[in-house]
Design a protein around this ligand. Structure first.
Ligand SMILES: [Zn+2]
Length: 675
C-alpha cells in the first residue's frame, strides 16, 4: 500500500513508473505455460474491457487448435480445480511457494493424476460441474510439468489458453510484467474515437448538451490530432475508444494506462498494472455502460465518474479528471495511452471556452408539437419540435408547485429544455398547451438502504446497489413489470416483490424472466401468496412466464465407446443432466456452445453397452428422460431415440460427428469472449 502511494505521488512519467513497477515482479520465476521459449501470440490481454469485468489474464493463442500441452509455470501445489459449463470451463489453479497463484483456463482435459481425481469426484457427486479444492500438497507439481491440454471449454469462443497470475491477496496481476520473452510487442496503441460529454445541466460541447464524438487523425510525426474545432463550457469529461495491437497478430487488446493532461498538467491517470478481483465488476462505471448497451461498444472514461470509488487503479487527483472550461479560455489537451510494453501514442487538441449565447428562439409552425424526454445522469432533457411561439416556455408541474423553464438552446429548429432533476421530479410538462405526464417516481440515492413501494410492486435497493443517483421509473403490466432502464449499471442487485394482475394458473411452473433485446433469461422467484419475490442484477423489463415443457434431446451418435445427444429447452433452460448405463450413473461432458452432451468413460475399459438413459430437468422443474439401447455392434448414428414422458418428436440428425471430431472451422472464431 505504502509503495503504491509513493508511486502515485511521485512525478514520474508512465514510462519511468512502469519500469519501476515492473522491477517489483520476479523475473524468470514463471515459465511460459504453452510452447515456452518460442514466440507466442496473444488473442487477449490482461485488463481488456469485457462484459461486467476486466479480463483477468492473457489469452494465449494455440494455433487455432486444441490439445497443446499446458505446463505448470513454476513449482506449486494444485489448490483448485473446476469444471464449469461457462466461464473458465476446465480450469486448474496452482499455488506457488511465493504465494502467487497461476490459473489455466478453458482446458480440453486435465493431465494425470488430476484427470482421474476429477472423474472420481464427479462420479461420487453425480455431476458435470464441480469445484474441488485439494488439500495443500495433495497434488504437487514441478515447474514445466504438464497439467492439462489446451481447449475451448467454458465461455471461450475459440481455442486458446487463458492464463492468469494472482498475488496472495487475490489481486490480478499482468503476466506480461514477469519478463516473458515469448511475447513481442513494439506496436503502439491506436486512437479510434474521442468523446466529450457534458457532466452537468449547464455544460455544453459545441453548443449542445450530451456527448459529441471526434475522429483522431494520425499525423506524419506519429502523434494524433483532431481536424475539428472543439468548444465547450462548464464541466465536461473525456471518453475514449482505443485499442492496442501486438506484433504479427490482428487481435485488438486493451490499454494498460491512460493519461490526460490539461495545459501540461496531469488531471487523470489510470494504470491497470493490477486490480483486486473482487471489484472487477466496477468496470461498469469505468466504461460508459449506457453507451455499451445502446451502441455496443465499450468506451472508457478519462475521469472517475460518481460511484467509481473502489477500483484502486487511478492516481488520486482533485478533479478526478473532470474538466471545467470557462468562457474565453483556450486549453491544450493531451491524451497519452500505453500498452504493457510501454509503447505509447499521443493525441493533442485544443478546447476553446465558448460563450453560452446560443440562439434560444425557433421558427414556429402549425404542425403538431412533438416532445421527447430523456434522462441523462441528473438532467432531464426535453426536446420539442414545432413550437407555436418563437420562445415557448416549458412549465414543469410538481406535486404542489410548478416551475417555468425557458429554452436552453435550439439546434436544427428543435428547442432543448434542460432540468436538473436534483431540484425535483416533475409530474408533468406543459408546453404550448400540450401536457405530457412524466413517469419518474422517486429519486433513489446510492449508499443507503432505499425502497420503492407501490400497490403492486416493491423494489429494495441495498447500500451497494447503486453507483449513482437513480431517477426511478416503473410500470406494471398484466404479466410484466419494468423497473428503471437497462442502461443503468448496478453494483449489487435489487430485490423485487411483484403482484401480477391475476394469479397464474400454474404457479409452480411460472417464474420471472429478464427480457432484453428479444432475449429472455430465467431469474426464477419465490411465490408468497399472490406475489412473486425475485432478485435481479440488472434493471429493465421482467416478464412472468409459464414453462411446462420439459427439455428435449436428440440422439446424435451411439457406440460402445460414446453415446452423444444434442439437448435443449424451450424457455427456462436445462438445469441438470444425468446419464445412466443400465441404471448406473455414468459421466458425461457437456459443451453449451454446441448444446452437445456425450458420455465419458471412467476408465479405458468401460463400454457403453446396454440401456443408456439420459435424464434432463429444466430450471422450472420439468423433467424428461430418453433411452436408447447400445449393443456391441452399434457404431453409427441412430435415426430414432425412444422418448418417454414427453411428446417431442425427434428431428432428423444434422450431424453425427464425434464431439471431438468437429471441424476446426466450427471452433475458430475471431473474437475471444469469456474470462
Ligand atoms: Zn481469457
Amino acid at each position: 500500500m505504502k509503495l503504491k502511494f509513493f508511486l502515485f505521488c511521485s512525478l514520474l512519467s508512465f514510462q519511468n513508473l512502469a519500469q519501476k513497477t515492473r522491477l517489483l515482479y520476479p523475473k524468470d520465476y514463471f515459465l511460459f505455460p504453452i510452447n515456452p521459449k518460442q514466440q507466442n501470440y496473444l488473442a487477449g490481454g490482461m485488463g481488456d474491457l469485457r462484459a461486467d469485468h476486466f479480463h483477468a489474464g492473457i489469452d494465449i493463442k494455440t494455433q487455432g487448435r486444441e490439445g497443446l500441452a499446458v505446463q505448470a509455470s513454476a513449482d506449486a501445489y494444485v489448490s483448485e480445480i473446476r469444471v464449469q459449463t461457462s466461464g473458465y470451463g476446465n480450469v486448474v489453479f496452482l499455488t506457488h511457494p511465493n504465494g502467487y497463484v497461476s490459473v489455466y483456463g478453458h482446458l480440453r482435459e486435465f493431465a494425470e493424476p488430476l484427470a482421474t481425481y476429477v472423474k472420481k469426484k464427479r462420479l461420487e457427486n453425480q455431476t458435470f460441474e464441480i469445484q474441488l479444492k485439494p488439500a495443500v500438497n495433495e497434488f504437487v507439481v514441478k515447474k514445466g510439468q504438464i497439467i492439462g491440454y489446451s481447449g475451448n471449454t467454458g465461455g471461450s469462443a475459440g481455442p486458446h489458453l487463458h492464463f492468469e497470475i494472482r498475488d496472495i491477496n487475490n489481486n490480478i496481476l499482468n503476466p506480461l510484467n514477469f519478463g516473458f520473452t515469448e511475447i513481442k510487442d513494439n506496436v503502439p496503441p491506436i486512437f479510434q474515437q474521442l468523446f466529450i460529454k457534458t457532466l452537468g445541466t449547464d455544460a455544453r460541447v459545441n453548443g449542445e448538451f450530451g456527448r459529441k464524438s471526434f475522429h483522431p487523425i494520425k499525423k506524419a510525426d506519429g502523434t494524433y490530432g483532431i481536424n475539428a474545432e472543439i468548444s465547450a463550457i462548464g464541466e465536461i469529461g473525456l471518453e475514449l475508444l482505443a485499442v492496442d495491437k501486438m506484433n504479427e497478430t490482428h487481435n485488438s487488446n486493451g490499454l494498460t494506462c491512460t493519461e490526460l493532461f490539461v495545459d501540461g498538467k496531469e488531471v487523470h491517470y489510470f494504470h491497470l498494472e493490477q486490480f483486486p478481483n473482487a471489484v472487477s465488476h466496477d468496470i461498469n462505471v469505468h466504461t460508459d455502460y449506457a453507451y455499451e448497451k445502446t451502441e455496443g461498444e465499450r468506451i472508457q472514461k478519462l475521469f472517475q465518474d460518481d460511484g467509481n470509488d473502489e477500483l484502486p487503479v487511478y492516481k488520486p487527483s482533485i478533479g478526478k479528471g473532470k474538466i471545467i472550461i470557462n468562457d474565453g479560455e483556450v486549453h491544450d489537451i493531451s491524451i497519452k495511452i500505453w500498452d504493457a510494453y510501454e509503447n505509447g501514442s499521443t493525441l493533442n487538441f485544443k478546447i476553446k471556452g465558448e460563450k453560452t449565447e446560443n440562439s434560444v428562439t425557433v421558427n414556429p409552425n402549425k404542425l403538431p408539437l412533438s416532445l421527447n424526454c430523456s434522462t441523462v445522469d441528473n438532467t432531464l432533457v426535453i426536446k420539442a419540435r414545432n413550437l407555436k411561439t418563437i420562445n415557448s416556455i416549458a412549465i414543469l408541474n410538481f406535486e404542489k408547485t410548478s416551475a417555468e423553464l425557458a429554452i436552453n438552446y435550439v439546434k436544427n429548429n428543435e428547442a432543448v429544455y434542460l432540468w436538473d432533476l436534483k431540484k425535483g421530479l416533475p409530474k408533468s410538462i406543459l408546453i404550448d398547451s400540450l401536457e405530457k405526464p412524466m413517469l419518474l417516481q422517486k429519486m433513489i440515492v446510492p449508499n443507503q438502504n432505499q425502497s420503492f413501494v407501490s400497490d403492486k410492486l416493491s423494489v429494495i435497493f441495498d447500500t451497494k446497489t447503486l453507483y449513482d443517483t437513480l431517477y426511478l421509473e416503473t410500470s406494471v403490466g398484466v404479466n410484466q413489470v419494468s423497473i428503471g432502464q437497462a442502461t443503468t449499471p448496478l453494483r449489487n442487485g435489487i430485490t423485487v416483490s411483484y403482484q401480477p394482475e391475476s394469479q397464474p394458473k400454474l404457479i409452480d411452473k411460472t417464474a420471472i424472466y429478464y427480457s432484453y433485446k428479444n432475449q429472455k433469461r430465467f431469474l426464477g422467484g419465490k411465490w408468497n401468496d399472490n406475489r412473486i419475490v425475485f432478485k435481479a442484477n440488472t434493471l429493465g423489463n421482467y416478464l412472468l412466464q409459464t414453462d411446462t415443457i420439459p427439455p428435449r434431446a436428440n440422439l446424435v451418435s451411439k457406440s460402445p465407446n460414446v453415446v452423444s445427444f444434442r439437448i435443449g429447452d424451450n424457455l427456462s433452460g436445462v438445469k441438470t443432466f444425468k446419464v445412466f448405463l443400465n441404471d448406473e450413473y455414468v459421466l458425461s461432458d457437456y459443451d453449451m456452445k454446441r448444446a452437445l452432451l456425450w458420455t465419458v468413460k471412467k476408465d479405458s475399459t468401460q463400454k457403453f453397452i446396454g440401456k443408456v438413459r439420459l435424464e434432463l430437468e429444466d430450471n422450472q422443474g420439468n423433467k424428461s428422460s430418453f433411452q436408447t439401447d447400445v449393443d456391441a455392434q452399434s457404431g453409427t448414428i441412430v435415426k430414432k431415440v425412444e422418448s418417454k414422458k414427453t411428446k417431442h418428436k425427434e428431428s432428423p440428425k444434422k450431424s453425427a460427428k464425434h464431439p471431438k471430431a468437429v471441424k476446426a472451422s466450427e471452433k475458430k472464431k475471431k473474437k475471444r469472449k469469456g474470462v
